[in-house]
Ligand binder design. Structure first.
Ligand SMILES: Cc1ncc(COP(=O)(O)O)c(C=O)c1O
Length: 360
């Protein structure tokens, strides 16, 4: 860049959005690259947007998102002062990092993990301390603990972890919490919480009631299927929420998103039924791939991770040719979202061909 700017910005990797479904002549194609919910929006959500939001787009939204905040507080058994909304949980995480860390401060998190973390941390001028995952895709809790020092301002736990889909066990999370000083914040990013059926998983809201230095981030993008509307939330101590609100994007959460979130909370049973179907599809695909001889981390999200290493690009081309856009991490592996049944069937077929042809 030829203009005067913060050099740290040059270190930021560009966020790679999951590619749209590839156009392949004569066949239906699917986008399974962004961990989205394959189900269409609920009719009740669409109607509420029409009735309660569309005629108000000449007005700014309620900046606090009070109705949603109150509703979430009631559902979680906390006070409204414990809840903060964001323009997706990406913004919630950004608020927290901006509040806590600046030049000279360190943010410890697993890697590979959610690709927004390094972008957000560098954007705040702070330093990322990336702790490589264990070979099984899980967080290396001992190494995370060993990385703590006087500069540490935030530790991020991503459960289940994007892109490996591994879950963080309760005993691991507790070991970490015992080691982190009480004035250092720990963010539990549980964007895929509802898909995590690991019986030994940590549940951040349970830990939150024991450790005041925890912040929990959840989103309406995944299980609730509102990715396009951009709404997520954080649960934290009131003074942390106050600080996060100070640095939040003013009016970032639209009225449309707030209305949709409220109606979605009312439709929770219907949406959790969809989540159960997605989990069943995930388990069907995983069982088929394991029968083909694949070895990959047990997934607890609405996606799974194929660690293909040097064969990644060759394998990725097969998925694209079959009309499937996947999330490709060059030289590392491919993350595949659980999609429509037809898309999942195609994934099983492509994986079989990769095995038969010795690519995997
Ligand atoms: C681990 C993780 N956290 C947070 C998010 C943010 O989601 P959103 O900003 O849509 O709420 C994502 C999205 O892919 C994610 O994978």
């Amino acid at each position: 860049m030829t203009f005067k700017h913060r050099p740290i910005i040059d270190t930021i990797p560009a966020y790679k959005q999951g590619k749209p479904a590839p156009a392949v002549a004569g066949q239906r194609s699917f986008k399974i690259s962004s961990n989205e919910n394959p189900y269409p929006p609920l009719p009740s959500v669409q109607k509420a947007i029409e009735d309660r939001a569309l005629d108000r787009i000449n007005r700014y939204p309620d900046m606090r998102g009070w109705d949603v905040v109150q509703r979430l507080a009631k559902d979680y058994g906390v006070e409204p002062e414990n809840v903060v909304l964001g323009c997706g949980s990406t913004e919630v995480i950004t608020q927290l990092v901006t509040l806590l860390a600046g030049p000279g401060d360190e943010v410890v998190y697993p890697w590979r993990s959610f690709e927004a973390y390094p972008i957000i941390v560098a954007g705040a001028g702070a330093t990322s301390v990336q702790i490589p995952n264990r070979p099984d895709g899980g967080h290396d809790i001992d190494a995370m603990i060993a990385a703590l020092n006087d500069h540490t301002r935030l530790v991020i736990v991503n459960n289940p972890n994007n892109p490996t889909a591994s879950s963080v066990r309760d005993d691991e999370a507790r070991r970490l919490m015992k080691a982190v000083p009480s004035d250092v914040t720990v963010l539990f990013d549980e964007a895929y919480f509802q898909f995590n059926n690991d019986p030994s998983t940590s549940v951040a809201m349970d830990l939150f009631r024991e450790y005041p230095n925890i912040v929990v981030a959840h989103t309406f993008s995944k299980a609730y299927g509102l990715a396009g509307l951009r709404i997520g939330y954080g649960i934290a101590q009131p003074d942390v929420v106050e600080g996060m609100r100070k640095v939040s994007l003013p009016f970032g959460v639209t009225q449309t998103a707030q209305v949709a979130a409220l109606v979605s909370l009312d439709a929770k049973d219907e949406l959790m039924d969809r989540v159960r179907k997605i989990i069943a599809e995930r388990d069907r695909v995983v069982a088929a791939l394991k029968a083909q001889g694949w070895d990959f981390p047990e997934p607890y999200a609405n996606f799974f991770w194929l660690p293909l290493g040097a064969k990644t690009e060759e394998a990725a081309a097969r998925f694209t040719a079959a009309g499937l856009s996947t999330r490709v991490f060059e030289g590392e592996g491919i993350r595949i979202s659980v999609g429509e049944v037809e898309a999942n069937d195609k994934v099983i077929e492509v994986c079989q061909s990769l095995k038969s042809d010795g690519i995997a």
